[in-house]
Write a protein that binds this ligand. Structure first.
Ligand code: SF4
Ligand code: SF4
Length: 216
């Protein structure tokens, strides 16, 4: 099994062969209608840097598509709600106390972009947490060699945090918000400057998955 790093058009991606073959991990436990959901329990949140990257890559129409989903555009980000199987969760919590150190409600959540054969979005249309998240099992399997990946992830998060504030200031100084003036806000973001992130070159990590047995 292989963990590798791709960086393209200012968007980083950790690619892990185990993803999609991980139905026995705690985080991939799914009591939803998609059993091989992996950890796609996330409800995608696009910050201004994600939006800016998508615009810069020529995919502004995707932002308009997101904005057509009811109740997801906030002032300075876009949050797409997924499905939460609440009744099943309530039933479950009455009868199980299985993983006290893990939020059991995640077993019952589903990202709306997940289909039976995986994420329907290209990595360049996902919010950055999707592209950089790895579960605790993968981290454990990768061991110490994951350190440089971890630094890269932290650095990209720091980059996003800083430039998200800069882009927000650009909107504020024009009295624009995504929720009140979407088109104008996207024009402003289009004209804003976003210095590119400087990625590291990361070595592939080979993981011996076959020696590891997990049970959920
Ligand atoms: S990060 Fe872990 S839980 Fe998530 S899809 Fe990959 S292997 Fe599965
Ligand atoms: S956007 Fe794609 S990768 Fe991210 S949580 Fe949803 S299905 Fe998974």
């Amino acid at each position: 099994m292989l963990l590798s790093y791709k960086f393209s058009n200012n968007i980083p991606l950790f690619k892990c062969d185990i993803c999609g073959n991980c139905s026995n991990f705690v985080e991939s436990t799914s009591y939803t209608n998609i059993k091989n959901r992996g950890c796609c329990w996330y409800f995608p949140k696009y910050n201004l840097v994600d939006i800016k990257n998508i615009i810069n890559n020529g995919n502004i129409d995707f932002i308009y598509y997101l904005s057509s989903i009811p109740n997801c555009v906030e002032n300075y980000d876009i949050r797409v709600k997924g499905i939460f199987f609440k009744n099943q969760y309530d039933n479950y919590t009455e009868n199980n106390i299985k993983y006290s150190d893990f939020d059991n409600s995640l077993f019952f959540r589903l990202c709306p972009f997940l289909k039976k054969d995986g994420c329907k979005l290209s990595f360049s249309l996902r919010p950055h947490p999707c592209n950089l998240y790895l579960c605790r099992e993968v981290l454990q399997l990768a061991g110490k060699v994951y350190t440089m990946y971890s630094r890269e992830r932290k650095d990209y998060y720091a980059y996003c945090n800083y430039f998200n504030e800069c882009l927000k200031e650009d909107l504020e100084s024009n009295n624009a918000t995504l929720s009140d003036n979407l088109e104008e806000s996207l024009d402003i973001l289009n004209s804003s400057t976003l210095p590119p992130f400087q990625p590291r070159k990361l070595q592939n990590i080979y993981i011996n998955y076959s020696t590891c047995h997990h049970s959920a």
